[in-house]
Design a protein around this ligand. Structure first.
Ligand code: PMV
Length: 314
């Protein structure tokens, strides 16, 4: 058995986070500028099920049997093993490297799952269909993120812009123009599960108000799709800023996120919003190609700990 590597990108939600948990549509794009890479090397003369896991970014280096069974990575390996109906796994070293910030709304958890599933199945000589990879990574999302919609594992598995609604077939979106975006990190970490649980509590307390906010987000998402497909770049920006206003009302923004959104708009972005679970993490701003550099600079001056540029193209 030779060493095998597999990658998975990050993702950003362009429209509809949180509302998507309540069955409204959302739009997400892969962000290939950040990624997870998993490499699996056989341990020659190792014992069956002798598995070593290492992930320097989270300080993990341990034999798999010594790790808590609640750890997502441990559960992921068990899940793949069971799903392939294997009684043992060959001795191996699984090494995971990620450039995706953790708990920042860029899909790091789902990207780890997808890249490990891809690497492990290839290492075992099994060719898994994308549907199966997507379903297995969703299983892990469900165990660790409360009530996930499934958007993260879907966009990361298929690596294409998607229009996503729970329980509906996935629709891929084809932009008719390039769209250029800057992503900026507040440096504040907030687990998605915490933001999602907060929204659920408020929705239970005020269902009508929240249903109406989710409807408004769903409506924006519908229009956003049209504008992406017909190439109305600037008009798409307005919808992003309107989505941010609704996310503030849903209660998932933060002073740091609002400051970066304001800074982006002042620096000439056509629109900006938080992206992902919120209460920390990243914003995403839409801008002309020529202004990407100056916008990144303005965002760093406004306190972003990291910025990077991403694009979707026809
Ligand atoms: O994983 P994040 O932080 O990018 O957020 C995912 C988007 C949510 O709508 C907040 C949750 C979900 O499961 O869809």
């Amino acid at each position: 058995m030779a060493a095998i590597s597999a990658k998975a990108p990050g993702k950003a939600i362009l429209f509809g986070e949180h509302a998507v948990v309540y069955n409204r549509p959302a739009i997400a794009i892969p962000v290939t500028q950040v990624q997870v890479k998993t490499t699996i090397t056989p341990i020659l003369k190792g014992q069956p099920d002798e598995i070593w896991l290492e992930s320097p970014e989270i300080g993990l280096k341990s034999r798999y049997q010594n790790l808590p069974s609640t750890l997502p990575l441990v559960q992921l390996i068990e899940l793949v093993k069971n799903s392939l109906q294997l009684s043992h796994l060959p001795a191996m070293r699984i090494s995971i490297h990620s450039s995706i910030p953790v708990a920042g709304g860029l899909g790091s958890g789902a990207a780890v799952s997808v890249s490990v599933i891809r690497a492990l199945s290839a290492f075992l000589g099994v060719n898994l269909e994308p549907e199966r990879i997507c379903a297995l990574s969703f299983e892990i999302e469900k165990r660790h993120h409360g009530t996930p919609s499934g958007i993260d594992n879907t966009v990361i598995t298929y690596e294409k812009p998607i229009y996503f609604q729970r329980g509906m077939p996935i629709e891929f979106i084809k932009p008719s123009q390039p769209f250029h975006m800057v992503i900026a990190d507040t440096g504040v970490k907030c687990p998605t599960s915490q933001a999602v649980a907060g929204v659920r509590q408020r929705w239970q307390a005020e269902p009508e108000r929240y249903e109406s906010l989710f409807d408004q987000v769903g409506n924006l998402t519908l229009h956003a799709r049209e504008r992406i497909e017909s190439g109305q770049v600037k008009a798409l920006g307005e919808l992003m800023t309107a989505n941010h206003t609704l996310l503030r009302r849903i209660g998932v923004s933060s002073p740091e996120l609002d400051r970066l959104v304001d800074a982006a708009l002042q620096a000439g972005a056509w629109g900006a919003k938080l992206s992902g679970g919120g209460q920390g993490g990243n914003i995403i701003a839409l801008v002309g190609h020529d202004q990407m550099h100056s916008l990144s600079e303005a965002l760093r001056q406004a306190g972003a700990v990291r910025t990077f540029q991403t694009h979707i193209t026809p």
